[in-house]
Design a protein around this ligand. Sequence first.
Ligand code: GRF
Length: 245
Amino acid sequence: MSEPFRVAVLASGSGSNFQAILDRLHQSPESPVRVVTLVASRPGIRAIERATSSGIPSVVLPDPKEGREAAAGRLGEALAEARADLVVLAGYLRLIPEEIVRAYWGRMINIHPALLPAFGGDGMYGRHVHEAVIDRGARISGVTVHFVDEAYDRGPIIAQWPVPVVEGDTPGELAARVLCVEHVILPAVVDAIARGHVELARSGMCVWNKPWFGGDRFVVEPDADPGSLAGSDESGARIRRPSTE
Ligand code: GRF
């Protein structure tokens, strides 16, 4: 068996995306991915419980009120100790310090619950994203996975997937539909990076050596009912064909 591909996950909350990586990759004998640490931005979060249940060590960062330098230093140390090949921000709410962005350039990714560059940036996290999508009247939202740079939600895009906004959606309902897709897309991207199928080129663009997230992968289901639009199976998400009636 070849060397494991070492992944560090950063989280600030529930950690359901972290769990998806554990279930689909870490626990799969076919996958080279091994999650070696969870870095939590605060104590007591559900993501830490998930790590403990799976025997994965976790590190809790100091509160930034005690000094940004201390928090940044501890994050840098935790990643270095983990000897991470890839750092995955899975619901991590703090901005990554510039020196760490530089050190992990092309090796640090984030998942965002909308189609960037729309509905991203400072303050666009959790429920705020879905509220903004609905308030603006957007008909399509989705999932974006991108490399991390110095700004929130701005780095080169790796993969995206559309998720319809359904008439009368509440932010919670939209969030749940988007989250189902996140749980498919994020492990798929981590796996693709681990296998060398995708990388950040010198040009600053993301390059897929093996096409995967093209439009032809969107399964169009004319009669899908809204409840099935998210699709959580391996074949990917589904998007309903616009009705001409
Ligand atoms: C997800 O919607 C992710 O896109 C965003 O934060 C949420 C985290 O959810 N960045 P979880 O902690 O993985 O359940």
